[in-house]
Design a protein around this ligand. Structure first.
Ligand code: ASP
Ligand code: MG
Length: 470
């Protein structure tokens, strides 16, 4: 099989993790598979880089120096363990050093200009992956796995939406085939930077935070790979957050539709777009644990096998706000909903959930709390006339709310699920602020107050007996 294997930040973030990575890649090759390896930055590195860039914009270059020292240290330790004091190590450290020179230079420029553009931010954000690749490549070679580093900027072509670029499928397929086939043909394992890409003109972009997952499925689709394996630090997708419910456990099999609902709703397993390329071509994706490689993890395919459980998982997404547009005149004014969401769209904010009652007296929707200020301002402008005429009330919002997503394909056509759900929450006196169910019926979403979120998750996990294995 041709398998694209992605190793996330914690899977390349320490000596023990990198030891596992080597073992996994060796085993895969011994089993006769052709492997393509995608790597993230070592854990914590992307955050340090981004923080330094923002601090530089605010006039502080010191943070960049500290970040450089910390990143250098991480890589010096890892390379010393695997490569010893050898010319290979010296070569890797030289590459890392010149990338970090570039990083400091960029931060200097940002401080002098006092301006951090999205384009510059993407260049800096992607440096962790560019640093990670030579390290992993050298470690694999040293362990007897013929490996070759490749920059994804040479493979994945995107539009110019910095910070969340969208891949261009055909151009990417052509470049990926041309770039990787010869390496695979020579029996080598390409080691590719996750997260980053470039426009048609070669300007660097990123695929959004956590984007290395997306890199893996984009490359998998482009290469017509048999499977994509996402190596992470948990045993697959969990029924819920185990920090909230200790009985939470990994789900053996999910459909593309189910995982899309879950990753959208902040179950931090997969980048929100990552499943799309796989779904388009029906390529199976596995979520596996680097630290327990024999655990079967979660398999994601078009159709998960019939399961007698309707609800498979419950996810809570925090730091959300609920914005309400309402007023007595609303039912009579056409286009209020349209204009409301145009007003939101202009601020480039992602809306997670929308609810309107049929009386048409109010619309409410959920957005990240960080975006509330600009959204409310934009709505006040857009709806100024109606608010002044008292057809609409001033825009209201509530912070500290949580969206709970209850997900499972079996909910479709199974009567009584919402009855059980609301019954259980009611018994525990948990107040539901808003509700939405998509017509796919794979997901019921609720808005509740932050202070009741953990309790609600436990109640739901319990009600649907998610602690029992399939
Ligand atoms: N290093 C990037 C991030 O932290 C991408 C990734 O790890 O997938 O967001
Ligand atoms: Mg991730």
């Amino acid at each position: 099989m041709l398998i694209v294997m992605k190793f996330g930040g914690t899977s390349v973030g320490s000596v023990p993790a990198l030891e596992k990575l080597v073992e996994i890649v060796k085993t895969g090759r011994q089993q006769g598979h052709s492997l393509v390896v995608v790597v993230s930055a070592m854990s914590g590195v992307t955050d340090m880089l981004l923080n330094a860039a923002h601090r530089a914009e605010a006039g502080d270059e010191e943070t960049a120096h500290t970040a450089r020292a910390a990143i250098t240290q991480k890589h010096a330790e890892a390379t010393l363990h695997f490569l010893g004091d050898t010319p290979e190590r010296t070569a890797v450290l030289a590459q890392i050093n010149s990338l970090l020179d570039e990083f400091e230079l960029l931060c200097h420029g940002i401080r002098v200009l006092g301006e951090l553009t999205p384009r510059a931010l993407d260049v800096i954000a992607g440096m962790g992956e560019r640093i990670s690749v030579p390290q992993v490549t050298a470690i694999l070679n040293r362990a007897g796995v013929p490996a070759q580093g490749v920059a994804a900027t040479e493979l994945i072509v995107t539009d110019g939406r910095f910070g969340a670029a969208v891949p261009l499928v055909e151009a990417t397929a052509a470049k990926t085939q041309a770039g990787l086939r010869p390496i695979l043909g020579a029996g080598k394992t390409p080691v590719i930077t996750g997260f980053i890409a470039a426009t048609e003109d070669g300007i660097p972009t990123t695929l959004g935070r956590g984007g290395s997952d997306y890199t893996a499925t984009i490359l998998g689709r482009a290469l017509e790979a048999d499977e994509v394996w996402i190596w992470t630090d948990v045993n697959g997708v969990m029924t819920t957050d185990p920090r909230v419910v200790p009985e939470a456990h990994p789900i053996a099999h999910l459909s593309y539709a189910e995982i899309s609902e879950l990753s959208f709703f902040g179950a931090k397993v997969l980048h929100s777009q990552a499943i799309r390329p796989a779904r388009r071509v029906g390529m199976p994706v596995r979520i596996l644990n680097t630290f327990e490689p024999t655990h079967p993890g979660t398999l994601i395919t078009a159709n998960a096998p019939e399961s007698n459980r309707a609800v498979k998982a419950v996810a809570a997404i925090k730091n959300m706000s609920l914005v309400t547009v309402e007023g007595p005149g609303m039912a009579g004014i056409p286009g209020v909903a349209g204009r409301t969401f145009m007003g939101v769209a202009r601020t480039d904010t992602n809306v997670l959930m929308i609810s309107q009652a049929s009386s048409e007296q109010s619309i409410c929707f959920v957005i990240p709390s960080a975006d509330v200020g600009k959204v409310v301002k934009s709505l006040e402008q857009e709806l100024a006339r109606e608010i002044e005429r008292r057809d609409l009330e001033p825009v209201r919002w509530e912070d500290e709310v949580v969206v709970l997503a209850i997900v499972g394909a079996g909910m479709k056509g199974t009567p009584g699920i919402s009855g059980r759900l609301f019954g259980a929450l009611g018994r525990e006196k948990i107040n539901v602020i808003a509700i939405a169910q998509g017509s796919s019926e794979f997901n019921i979403s609720l808005v509740i107050s932050r202070s009741e979120a953990d309790r609600a998750v436990r109640v739901i996990h319990d009600e649907f007996e998610l602690e029992k294995p399939d």
